[in-house]
Ligand binder design. Structure first.
Ligand SMILES: Cc1cc2nc3c(=O)[nH]c(=O)nc-3n(C[C@H](O)[C@H](O)[C@H](O)COP(=O)(O)OP(=O)(O)OC[C@H]3O[C@@H](n4cnc5c(N)ncnc54)[C@H](O)[C@@H]3O)c2cc1C
Length: 390
């Protein structure tokens, strides 16, 4: 088994790294942070589009580069290591684009795919509802056909970036009489359509990243439906596999993890460096080993994708492993920082400018977002281990 990247892949990584060093100076970071939500910049996405780095693994006929999934993972890993603001195009690149290629009409492919690869089209995900999360198939938002249109009523919740994106990838009920998995359809809805109200939800770290979205007689043309009427469950399920399988589950906290390691190396307590305490050394070493395991799990999944396999149990494995690692790492980081670690970014005494405290609060949601860890473990048990349904 050879774990090395090819010389071309190494050169590609270096090219991205050098470009990021130029494009993500501290001033640019400040400018992007001032312009919008965390990790979100239309301008930066457009620049990536111009470089040809969005849709890297997509076929050329859809504006992609026809590169492999390993190259795409290298690109994504470098973006995350540099904390680049990619949220505007990332969901479309990762899941909506591939779903449109699989299920979309020719018209939808022509309308959306070129704009996605140019970094000029962003999506949020409208799946969860107040009464439907893990049991997503029980969703109640209704779409009723009226001539050439559908009229949508209902509400979606926890919709990340709805206040910043252009479109919502929306799962709705089109047949209330069919068994619940068989009456769902997916629509692409412009978030500026009359009748849509977006209300912010502030998370416990004090950040506005998700929302509740209300649909009040929202009229969309029937051509906005992706895939067949009432067969949307397949569109939703494959879209979720694209969502869960990436390296972002583990790599997004790498920059902070490295800052925590640096802090532990440089800080003394009781006259001794923190890292001379064997309990701290062991915890840090364990976390680093686990990080590398998660990283290779992501590359393994990318390799499977490059062989034409749609990751399923592997996507769930990465999701659980990444969420668990994130929570363990941030818990350890808080302990390493000591009592001062609880201070928020506005205190001059906050170590690492309060970044760990903020990430620690946000990390509780890692085992919920994108499908809870319990649900992922059920998928691994059923589809990975072949265990019977409980
Ligand atoms: C940060 C964040 C961002 C999000 N962004 C989006 C987004 O952009 N779009 C979107 O549509 N949704 C989004 N979500 C919603 C997310 O997908 C749901 O919160 C998640 O699927 C769980 O659903 P729920 O909150 O309704 O919890 P429930 O489904 O009510 O679950 C409650 C508890 O019961 C457990 N449970 C439920 N069923 C089972 C089972 N069969 N076996 C074992 N345990 C079970 C769960 O694991 C959980 O612990 C986001 C959530 C978070 C936290």
């Amino acid at each position: 088994m050879d774990f090395h990247f090819t010389p071309q892949q190494e050169a590609f990584r270096q090219e991205i790294r050098s470009w990021l060093q130029k494009e993500l100076t501290p001033e640019m970071r400040q400018q992007y942070a001032a312009a919008g939500g965390e990790g979100f910049s239309r301008e930066f996405s457009r620049k990536l589009g111009q470089k040809g780095w969005i849709g890297l693994a997509w076929p050329r006929e859809y504006g992609g580069q026809a590169l492999g999934y390993i190259e795409r993972t290298i690109y994504l890993e470098e973006m995350l290591l540099a904390a680049a603001p990619i949220a505007y195009h990332h969901f479309a690149d990762r899941q909506m684009g591939p779903s449109i290629m699989l299920f979309g009409t020719e018209e939808q492919k022509r309308e959306f795919l070129p704009r996605i690869v140019r970094g000029e089209c962003g999506f949020c995900i409208g799946y969860s509802e107040p009464g439907a999360g893990s049991d997503l198939a029980s969703l109640q938002t209704r779409a009723v056909q009226d001539g050439d249109d559908y009229v949508i009523n209902g509400t979606k919740i926890w919709t990340s970036y709805a206040h910043l994106q252009d479109y919502i990838w929306l799962a709705v009920r089109t047949n209330p009489d069919a068994p619940k998995h068989r009456g769902i359809s997916v629509f692409i809805v412009d978030l500026k359509t009359p009748g849509i109200t977006i209300r912010p939800i502030i998370n416990m770290a004090g950040v506005h990243s998700f929302n509740q979205v209300f649909f009040d007689n929202v009229r969309v043309p029937k051509t906005a439906m992706v895939g067949e009427k009432d067969r949307g469950w397949y569109v939703v399920a494959s879209n979720l596999d694209f969502e869960r399988s990436g390296i972002e589950r583990i790599a997004q906290y790498r920059p902070l993890w490295e800052q925590v390691l640096e802090f532990a190396r440089l800080t003394t307590r009781g006259g001794k460096p923190l890292t001379s305490d064997p309990r701290i050394r062991n915890r840090l070493a364990e976390l680093e080993v686990e990080y590398q395991v998660g990283r290779w799990l992501s590359y393994y999944t990318a390799w499977l994708q490059s062989k034409g396999v749609v990751p399923n149990k592997e996507a769930s494995m990465i999701k659980v492993f990444g969420a668990d690692w994130t929570q363990r790492m941030l818990q350890t980081a808080m302990e390493v920082l000591g009592l001062y670690g609880q201070l928020t970014q506005d205190s001059k005494w906050a170590p690492l400018a309060g970044r760990v405290q903020r990430a620690w609060l946000a990390s509780f949601s890692a085992s919920i977002a994108g499908g809870t860890n319990e649900v992922q473990r059920n998928i691994i048990a059923l589809r990975g281990l072949g265990l019977p349904r409980g």
